[in-house]
Structure formats: C-alpha cells, structure tokens
Design a protein around this ligand. Structure first.
Ligand code: ATP
Length: 244
C-alpha cells in the first residue's frame, strides 16, 4: 500500500530523516518506535503527506504523493487517510458528533444523511454513543480519543495514521483504544502508529525502530502468543528503556 524509497527530510539545514526505505502492506498493523527525538513523528507526517520531504519518494498504491500539489494532496488525504493524534485535537465550539461528521461533510463524497448514519454506527462500535451531543470538555480522555478514531474513520480511509494515540491515557482507556485498533485491523484496516508504549507495539504485526533518523531495525511478528516476550528482548537490544 505504501512504499517509501530513500526518503530524506530536513528542517532548515538539519537533516532529521536519512535515506529511509520500507513498505507497508494492505492490512498491516505497523508501529514506529524509538527514542525521543529520533524522528518518529516526522516520519509519520512525511509518509502521510502532512509534511514535505527533501528527497526520495512515497508511493501510495503506486501514486507518488511526495510530488503532488498541495490541494490535490489535501483531497487525497481527506479521502484515503485517517489521522489520530495524542491530544484528540477536536474543535472546541462543536459537539463530539459534529466533530466526527465534519470531515465527511467537507469531503462531500456521500450525502450528509449517510455520513451521520455512519457516525452513529462508529460511535456505537466504539461504545461512546452516550456522549453524542456533549461538548468536548465534558468527556473523558479515553472517550475523546475513541471519538477521534470515529472522526478518522468517517470517510472510510484506507489507512489510519496515529501519533501516540494512548500517550495521554490511563491504563484502562489505553486497553479500550488498543482493543478498538485490533478490531479495526482484524476487519482489514491498515494501521500505522507512532508509540513509546511497548503494549501498543505488542499489538502490531510489524515494528520499525528509528534511531537518529534511520531505521535501526524492523521486526515482523506472526503470532499473538509470546509477542511481548519477543518484543521485550528485541527492544532491549536497542537499549530502549521500557516496561510492559
Ligand atoms: N518543525 C520542526 N522544526 C525544526 N525541527 C523539528 C521540527 N519538528 C521536529 N523537529 C526536530 O526533528 C527531530 C525529530 O523530531 P520528532 O518529533 O520527529 O521526534 P520523535 O521521535 O517523534 O520524538 P518524541 O518521541 O519526543 O515525540 C528532533 O530533533 C526535533 O527537534
């Protein structure tokens, strides 16, 4: 689905990502891990077209999105990609429901009725239908994050990008979000997430480890059983400080 070829990215004169190449297949669940400041978020934004790159290519189903014009790319992102950030980033003057439907109404690829119906279905699936009309300040962090996953899913994206989706959540809310991500992936959604949390990475099928802007390692996991132990051992090899 996504092929990254020799990607380089700099901020002003400082190169942050060096010669990165990898592939994400349809149905993958990939986690990007690595020390703070290693370039994880920059990588996520560079491959999703949220940020420009200096050289290399990013192919999305064969289309080179790294050289697209900004308006074409915005439309591409709106229809094909969903985004979830650490702090849900919802609009304060809209209800939860209106925040969720907004990208669907902007895309205009379906009627407003269909978008609203899908929002209700998604909210049911994420078990947050009781907060439908609430203000974003009247819900818990976990509910807000589940709402932001609903928003990311409203245009039936082909891939979901997440940047530290559980970074601001307690353990129970983290479990809920993880179980939603696992269910979405089991239903065929391709997922790519940046995370510090090895519990999140242990749900992934593939983990990319970034150090100093380069891929220091990539590990694929085939089975659920024993994944945590395998990941733990692998992360220790990078001296990554973590606890399950
Ligand atoms: N907009 C920017 N302008 C200049 N430098 C930036 C910008 N964004 C990130 N950087 C720098 O790029 C490097 C990588 O940052 P990035 O946020 O991608 O790291 P990260 O691995 O996601 O870190 P963390 O785990 O702490 O969130 C850092 O040195 C950071 O200071």
């Amino acid at each position: 689905m996504i092929k990254v070829e020799n990607l380089n990215k700099a901020f002003k004169n400082t190169e942050v990502l060096h010669n990165i190449s990898f592939e994400i297949k349809k149905g993958d669940f990939a986690a990007i891990m690595g020390p703070s400041g290693s370039g994880k978020s920059t990588l996520l934004y560079s491959i999703s077209g949220m940020d420009s790159i200096n050289s290399g290519r990013v192919l999305f189903e064969g289309t080179d999105i790294s050289h697209m014009k900004e308006d074409e790319l915005s439309l591409f992102r709106l229809n094909k990609m969903g985004f979830v950030f650490q702090n849900a980033q919802m609009l304060k003057n809209l209800s939860i429901f209106d925040n969720i439907t907004l990208p669907g109404l902007v895309a205009k690829t379906e009627s407003a009725d269909r978008i609203r119906k899908r929002a209700v279905e998604l909210m049911k699936k994420m078990e947050i239908e009781e907060i439908v009309n609430r203000d974003i300040r009247e819900v818990s962090g976990g509910q807000l994050q589940r709402a932001s996953i609903c928003r990311a899913m409203i245009n039936k994206p082909e891939i979901l990008f997440l940047d530290e989706p559980t970074g601001a959540l307690n353990s129970a809310a983290t479990d809920q979000v993880l179980s939603i991500l696992k269910d979405l992936n089991n239903d065929g959604m391709t997922i790519m997430t940046v995370t510090h949390d090895p519990r999140v990475a242990a749900r992934a099928k593939k983990v990319l480890y970034i150090m100093d802007g380069q891929i220091a390692g990539c590990k694929e996991f085939s089975e659920d059983g024993g994944r945590e132990r395998e990941l733990d051992k692998w992360l220790r090899g990078f001296q990554f400080s973590h606890k399950f």
